[in-house]
Design a protein around this ligand. Structure first.
Ligand code: SAH
Ligand code: SF4
Ligand code: F3S
Length: 432
């Protein structure tokens, strides 16, 4: 009888992809099947995120609960970014944890499960040429890693410490993975990396050279592939060639995540982001000019230690000028092994919370202004989920969530729709 794996994934799309790879390794090589019931599981894995403090402090109470719920024979593994930065300390604090496997070491999962007390958090380990099995997740979309690690050193961020330096995955392996995926029902790929548009700077084989634009062009030549998305590009590497490719390559979906972090050039310098407010606003304007129906989402941190009221006003100014379609906003959280952790903060917690509220309110006002303007417009939608009997949900190429009524099964179809109604976070439409 096969053994049962319960896996919980926190954090970003890269962690989700790592979990897919863990599942693939354990199902194909070790005969596990996945379960949603933690009490029945033989192996429980928490794939952790470390980017802010809150989920990390919750980890140990969560592990305690799991230890009480689980079968007495079940194993517990902690993987991901918190595994990378806490390592063996996790087992010291929670001795019932069987193994700790850092992000960037996923291929060692089949070893980890056989050694009680196994700890491996090597952030220089190179998995870029390891071929994970494809278990053909039952989906029209597939995540594809194009690079691992990060070559930046933003002063607030723990990721370079949990995922190591950046190495790109050879183009042939990426094209091969996508070609195989489209032979099943995949029609859309999401290319993943901490800074996707830095692709090609470093390969483990020093003789290979490539660029993100070249990669996009080659991927778009795969005939059965219909749509390409990627996350996240770094504003610094958004040159005109990249924007031209984004605008003119028909397979690239016109929805782009450009992480701002702060609108103040001074704070951006303190964060070591490498670009100015003007550069960021100019890049967004160029994208909007080249593709008027494109949508831009962003990440914003408020309450960075050196952020004055004037700096925050610059962030508000950028939000007013770009009018983002989606904002992931965070209150600054000091992280171990980062430069910003040792910067004395001039921002009391209450002020940071109030700035967060202001960002949220302004963004809501922008959505309330923008969403009604969609009524009557035409969009192209990939339908991927059946919500109720005759209600289907999909995403437009520019990233709107769209709901339609249909008596026919339209799962997997890419169809033209006309928008009939709006809500703050999704649109209703009729199929044309
Ligand atoms: N590589 C991506 C970011 C990955 S982390 C990029 O550069 O855009 C995802 C987001 O978490 C970041 O964009 C940032 O907004 C947020 N973040 C990272 N460290 C943080 C911290 N210490 N406190 C609060 N938010 C943080
Ligand atoms: Fe973190 Fe900056 Fe790297 Fe993004 S680019 S992962 S924010 S260090
Ligand atoms: Fe992702 Fe969290 Fe690690 S955002 S890279 S899982 S710290």
């Amino acid at each position: 009888m096969s053994k049962r794996l319960y896996i919980e994934t926190l954090g970003c799309a890269m962690n989700e992809k790592d979990s897919e790879n863990i599942i693939a390794e354990l199902t194909t090589k070790e005969h596990y099947e996945t379960t949603d019931n933690i009490k029945n599981a033989d192996l429980i894995i928490i794939n952790t995120c470390s980017v802010r403090e809150k989920p990390v402090s919750k980890l140990f109470s969560q592990l305690g609960v799991i230890n009480k719920q689980k079968k007495s024979t079940a194993q517990i593994g902690v993987c991901g970014c918190t595994a990378s930065h806490l390592g063996a300390d996790i087992i010291k604090a929670a001795p019932y944890v069987d193994f700790v496997l850092g992000a960037r070491n996923v291929s060692k999962i089949t070893k980890a499960i056989y050694q009680k007390g196994f700890v491996d958090t090597d952030i220089s380990y190179d998995e870029t040429t390891y071929m994970f099995d494809d278990i053909g997740a039952n989906s029209y979309k597939k995540k594809i890693n194009i690079s691992i690690g990060c070559d930046k050193s933003c002063t607030y961020c723990i990721v370079p410490n949990t995922r190591g330096t950046e190495i790109s995955i050879p183009k042939e392996l990426i094209l091969d993975e996508i070609s195989k995926a489209v032979d099943s029902k995949v029609v859309e790929v999401l290319l993943l990396g901490q800074n996707v548009n830095n692709y090609g700077k470093t390969f483990s084989n020093k003789l290979i050279k490539s660029s993100f634009v070249e990669l996009l062009r080659d991927i778009s030549k795969i005939p059965k592939l219909k749509r390409i998305r990627f996350a996240s590009p770094h504003p610094l590497h958004m040159d005109d060639e990249f924007i031209k490719e984004f605008a003119t390559n028909d397979k690239i979906c016109k929805n782009i995540h450009i992480p701002l972090q702060s609108g103040s050039t001074k704070v951006l310098k303190d964060m070591r982001r490498g670009y100015s407010k003007e550069w960021f606003v100019d890049r967004c304007a160029s994208i909007k000019k080249a593709v008027p129906h494109s949508r831009i989402s962003t990440d914003i941190i408020v309450g960075f230690p050196t952020e004055t009221q004037e700096d925050f006003a610059e962030t508000i100014d950028v939000i007013n000028r770009v009018k983002f379609d989606q904002i992931f906003n965070f209150k600054y959280s000091p992280r171990p092994n980062t430069v910003a952790k040792d910067m004395p903060s001039i921002v009391p917690d209450g002020v940071a919370s109030s700035r967060l509220e202001q960002v949220i309110a302004l963004h809501k006002a922008h959505l309330d202004e923008k969403m009604p303007q969609n009524v009557g417009k035409e969009l192209e939608v990939l339908f991927e989920q059946q919500k109720e009997k005759n209600i289907y949900v999909g995403f437009s190429d520019n990233g709107y969530q769209i709901q339609v009524k249909s008596d026919k099964n339209i799962l997997g179809n890419i169809s033209k729709v006309r928008i009939t109604n709006f809500h703050r976070t999704y649109l209703e439409a009729n199929i044309k």
